[in-house]
Design a protein around this ligand. Structure first.
Ligand SMILES: *[C@@H]1O[C@H](CO)[C@@H](O)[C@H](O)[C@H]1NC(C)=O
Ligand SMILES: *[C@@H]1O[C@H](CO)[C@@H](O)[C@H](O)[C@H]1NC(C)=O
Length: 396
């Protein structure tokens, strides 16, 4: 019997509400720099942009090829070990167990986060109903015995992890009350909504300001909030409530700000992205505004992050935010350069992170994975069959 066993890991929310005490904002004066000319003051950054752009070649948007190095890297360790039944057994304790047997998807009865499961369960079967089903590769794989998926999606990469495209492309992203009560919503629809908003906010109309709204899921965000309080013209960054909000301590001793819809971020030129409890699912949305994305840290990943290049598609910011202020000033004084970054970032996401690229990645991942299984999975009768949904979300 042909089959595939998958264990999908969903990182569980851990809210860090610890007040760190490191509240100093360095309002460091620029007078020391005034001895330089404006051009040489920023030459370090302009050179980084120039050389990154010069060495970058756009990948083809055929067959999700932009992302395949991630797949190869993730599967490397399993090439040697192969995936064995005991690997799936060991993984079960940490995730939700799926099997694909003869093109049908099965899942263990209980699912801790129903929206995440339904996001996954929408995306996996798209692989089966796509037109390639009868191609040689797929036939071969499905007639071989296939198994596990060990994966921590959207997290710090461990050597045994295999990243898969997040459920949040379809359903079950982080809930943001009251504007996104069940998650950020379908990626295919958000692409249209935010692109239309971007048209209403051409660069000249956007506020020349950095912007962030989000809850205090990680204290890593504090320095930007504090910079905003010290220099409100430079940055508008405020904490909103989340489920765990108890007092103003959880919004760094200020009343919580109102949540802001993703499309309304387009009103600002510089958009900050932070990790939260895992990689932030909002990153892909921010690019659609045609504003410049300031991406903080590099440790937390989704499968498409490695294809995005610092200085080509976004401005990289240190995790401790020690260079945040300087980078915002650089952007304000080098508008043409950062508009270029904004435009390249938007184009990459529009052209390469389409729904079809997501399902393409799932398909290649499942097929490659299947080939690494060294045992023959047997259908587990305690799993329940998951009905397939059509690409537009109704049950087929
Ligand atoms: C994005 O912005 C750049 C300039 O900042 C502009 O040339 C380009 O047309 C914009 N793209 C879209 C799709 O709005
Ligand atoms: C079937 O799956 C359930 C849920 O993952 C698991 O507890 C059980 O051990 C499995 N049975 C066999 C025979 O593998």
């Amino acid at each position: 019997m042909a089959g595939l066993s998958v264990v999908a890991f969903f990182s569980s929310p851990v809210f860090l509400l610890v007040y760190t005490g490191s509240l100093c904002v360095s309002g460091h004066a620029d007078h020391e720099k005034s001895k330089y000319t404006k051009a040489s003051q920023w030459s370090h950054y302009t050179e980084l942009v120039d050389s990154a752009v010069a060495s970058y070649t756009d990948c083809s948007n055929k067959d999700c090829s932009c992302f395949l190095s991630v797949l190869t890297e993730d599967l490397k360790i399993w090439n040697e070990k192969t995936i064995k039944e005991e690997d799936v057994k060991a993984a079960k304790a940490y995730g939700v167990h799926y099997q694909i047997i003869k093109h049908e998807l099965y899942r263990q009865q209980d699912c801790m986060f129903p929206f995440r499961c339904s996001g996954v369960e929408h995306l996996i079967p798209q692989v089966n109903i796509c037109p390639y089903v009868s191609s040689g590769v797929v036939e071969t794989s499905y007639h071989k015995s296939i198994s596990v998926l060990m994966s921590v999606q959207a997290g710090v990469r461990h050597h045994w992890d295999i990243m898969y495209p997040a459920w949040t492309f379809w359903e079950g992203g982080p809930a943001v009350w009251p504007i996104y009560p069940t998650g950020l919503g379908r990626w295919d629809l958000q692409r249209d909504i935010i692109s239309r908003a971007a048209e209403k906010w051409p660069w000249e109309k956007k506020e020349d300001q950095a912007f962030f709204r989000g809850s205090r899921t990680s204290a890593e965000r504090d320095p930007l909030i504090l910079l905003s309080r010290a220099e409100p013209d430079l940055v508008d960054a405020q904490y909103t409530k989340n489920q765990a909000w108890k007092s103003e301590e959880d919004t760094l001793y200020r009343p919580p700000a109102a949540e802001v819809k993703l499309e309304d971020h387009c009103k600002y030129r510089y958009l900050f992205n932070f990790r939260g409890v895992a990689a932030s699912f909002r990153l892909k949305h921010l690019f659609l505004c045609n504003s410049t994305v300031f991406h903080v840290g590099s440790e937390w990943l989704e499968f498409f992050y490695p294809a995005l290049k610092p200085w080509v598609h976004y401005i990289p910011v240190k995790s401790d935010l020690s260079n945040a202020r300087e980078l915002i000033l650089f952007a304000k004084e080098n508008q043409a350069i950062v508009q270029g970054i904004a435009e390249r970032g938007r184009r990459f996401i529009m052209e390469h992170l389409r729904m079809e690229d997501i399902t393409c990645y799932w398909k290649k991942l499942l097929l490659s994975y299947a080939q690494l299984q060294s045992y023959k999975p047997v259908q587990n009768n305690s799993l329940k069959q998951i009905k397939r949904t059509s690409p537009h979300g109704t049950t087929a």
